[in-house]
Design a protein around this ligand. Structure first.
Ligand code: GUN
Length: 284
């Protein structure tokens, strides 16, 4: 059996076209242009690429964007001051601080400084709590994108065994909350899990978000399972690859996301969706 490939790039393009239309309508009817402010601190090349892509996606969808960049040795107070100014600016609807931050920063304090109403990443503790209670305000973009993919593909969720490999605040934990809200039976595995394959082989839905190249191999997958690969890694030859060994996994899975062209394009799409939502909410 060869799995059906979930085309995240195509789905992202469809959704971005819809978001662009909605943004144009908001501008035409209310005079509001959705605006995202992105803060980048330091010279991490991967972060620089992500930020560039976020800004470009805004421009393409007719959103306004503000990009603030700071050197790695900037005083945290400077960044906190900028966040306060963006919080107070009614023309700014979403604020995002690209992670990771340099060592002198207390990342949690920075995330808590963003107004929860503008926290389009969904990382503010108030928004994390709302998600946990099943009443989300902003859903973190990567897990939000994964849920869109599962729903578009009509993957049965109720009662499904969902196994997530990875327990990060950005992906693993919110992913678990979203799948739980859809009545999946959720297992979170991590670096200390004793028999990872025991768990992954039980999964109807397997989400890999560990940052380990090709760690999930075909023999760890239940035949017919839906396999979602959140990993973005580089092989020693410099090629992009996921956390799933695509070649062996696609022979066993029923549905699978590729890397690149799977979850990646969906993350920025959901960032646009959250920014539009934040702009619409200002109307009350
Ligand atoms: N770094 C890696 N992923 C993300 C993300 O989704 N948002 C932010 N702000 N930083 C990240």
């Amino acid at each position: 059996m060869t799995a059906k490939i979930i085309d995240g790039k195509a789905l992202a393009e469809t959704l971005r076209a819809e978001l662009a239309e909605k943004a144009a309508a908001l501008k035409a009817t209310q005079g509001i242009t959705p605006c995202l402010a992105v803060i980048l601190v330091g010279e991490d090349p991967a972060s620089a690429v992500y930020v560039k892509n976020k800004v470009a996606a805004c421009e393409k969808a007719g959103f306004r964007s503000i990009k603030e960049t700071y050197p790695a040795n900037v005083e945290p107070m400077v960044v906190l001051g900028k966040i306060a100014a963006l919080n107070a600016d009614p023309s700014v609807h979403g604020i995002l601080v690209q992670l990771p931050l340099p060592k002198q920063f207390d990342a949690e304090a920075v995330l808590e400084a963003i107004s929860p109403e503008k926290d389009v990443d969904g990382f503010h503790v108030e928004n994390v709590g709302a998600l946990m209670q099943g009443n989300p305000r902003f859903v973190p973009c990567t897990p939000y994108g994964v849920m869109q993919m599962l729903k578009t593909e009509n993957v049965p969720l109720k009662g499904a065994e969902a196994v997530i490999v990875g327990r990060s605040n950005i992906v693993g934990k919110p992913m678990a909350m979203l799948l739980l809200a859809e009545s999946c039976t959720v297992t979170i595995c991590h670096s200390r899990t004793k028999d990872l394959a025991f768990h992954t082989r039980r999964a109807d839905i397997l989400v890999a978000a560990v940052g380990q190249p090709k760690m999930i191999t075909g023999d760890m997958i239940k035949p017919g399972a839906t396999v979602i690969d959140v990993g973005i890694n580089r092989t020693p030859e410099g090629k992009l690859c996921g956390d799933v060994d695509f070649e062996s996994a696609k022979e066993v899975a029923g549905l699978i996301t590729p890397v690149p062209g799977g979850v990646g394009p969906m993350t920025i799409t959901m960032l646009l969706a959250n920014t539009l939502e934040a702009a619409e909410r200002t109307l009350g």
